[in-house]
Write a new protein. Sequence first.
Length: 355
Amino acid sequence: MKRTIIVTGGAGFIGSNFVLLERLRGNRVINLDCLTYAGNILNLRGLEGDPDYVFVHGNICDRDTVRQLLEQYRPDAIVNFAAESHVDRSIDSPEDFVQTNVVGTFRLLEEAREYSMSLSPKAAAAFRFLHVSTDEVYGSLGPQEQAFTEQTPYAPNSPYAASKAGSDHLARAYYHTYRLPTLVTNCSNNYGPRQFPEKLIPLLIMNAIQGKSLPIYGDGLNVRDWLYVEDHCEALHLVLEKGKPGQMYNVGGRCEKTNLDIVGTVCALLDELCPDSSFVPHSSLITFVKDRPGHDRRYAVDCSRIEKELGWKAKQTLSSGLKKTLDWYLDNSEWVDSVKTGAYRNWVKRQYNMD
Ligand code: NAD
Ligand code: DAU
C-alpha cells in the first residue's frame, strides 16, 4: 500500500538516501528541509517532476509550516532526520544544536500529537513518528566494554550528543504520556554517497583526490562502528513497517575500526582506483592534528534487537561499501565541485531566493 511520509532533513546525507529509496518503493514523500549548509538540493536530482515527491523549503521549528503540511498531506508517518549533525560544529557553536535538535523535535512532536488527535482511532494507531538518532547518546566505551544495547544508560559527551539525547527523551515521553506512536533509532557512523565533506570519510576522499593533507585527530586510535548508508535506510524502513511504538532500536555495522584503519583503507583503495595519480601512495598525505576536545574514544553498537525482532541485517561490508562510496565520489565530479566551490549554494539562492 502506498504511504505518505513527511521526511524532515531529506536534503541532507542520510535523509536524501532515504527519500530516494522510499520513492523506489512507491511511497509518496514530502521533504521538509530548511537547507542549511548541509542540505543540498542536488542530492535529490532525478526526482524533478516526480508527482509523488514534494520539496518544501521550511524549518521544523516553524509550527505553522509543520501544521499546514500535516493538514494538507495527511501523512501516515513522519521521519525526523532534520538536525545539526556535526560534532565539531557543536563544540564551536552549540546553540543551533539545541534549537534544531531539541526545540525543533519538540515542536514537531507537538504538531504530530495535535494531528494524530484529528485522525480516526484506527489511523491514529497506525500513524508513526520515527525519530532518527545516534549511538553517541550512550557516551564513550573503554576497549573491553560491551557494545551499547538499548538498555545502556544515556551519557552524552558533546553538545551534539546531548541535544540528540534530549530529543530522544522527548520522543520517548510522547509515547508514554500521550501514546503518540513514536519510535527511536540509534545508529552508528554512516558513510556513503552524498555525505557532506566535513565528516571523516568524505573529507578523506575529497582531500586525497586533490593531494591535500588527511587530518587525523590525536593518535588516530578512536574507534567508530561503520555502516553503509543504504543499510541504515533499510533499517529505518523496517522500523517504520514493523517496529513497536515506544521502542528504541540500535542500528550498527558490527564493524569497529580505528580512524587509522579507515584512512589506511581509503588510501589503499584510491591507490588502486587511481594508479596514475601523482599522489600515490595517498597514505603519504596523512597528517596528525590537534585532538577534538572531549573526543569519545570508542563506539560499538549491539544491534541484536533489530536483527532478531525485525530481521534486519547489514548487506555491505566495509570494503564493498567503501568501494561504492569512492566510485560515487569519483563519478560525481559535478556534486563534488559544487560542494567545494559553494556553487550549489548559489544555485539554491537563485532557485529559492535565499541568502
Ligand atoms: P546532515 O547534516 O547531512 O543533514 C541534515 C539535514 O537537515 C540537512 O539537509 C539540513 O538542511 C536539514 N536541517 C537542519 N536543520 C533543520 C531545520 N531546523 N529544519 C529543517 N531542516 C533542517 O545529517 P545526516 O548525517 O544526514 O544525519 C541525519 C540524521 O541522522 C541526524 O538527525 C543525525 O543526528 C542522525 N544520525 C547521523 C549519523 C551519521 O553518521 N551521519 C548516524 C546516526 C544518526
Ligand atoms: O556515531 C554516529 C555519529 O557519527 C553521528 O551521530 C554524527 O552525526 C556523525 O557526524 C558521526 O559523528 P563522529 O564525530 O563520529 O563523525 P566524524 O566523521 O566527525 O568523525 C569520525 C572520527 O574521525 C572521529 O573519531 C573524529 C575523527 N576525525 C574526524 C574529522 C572530521 C578525524 O580524525 N579527522 C577529521 O578531520
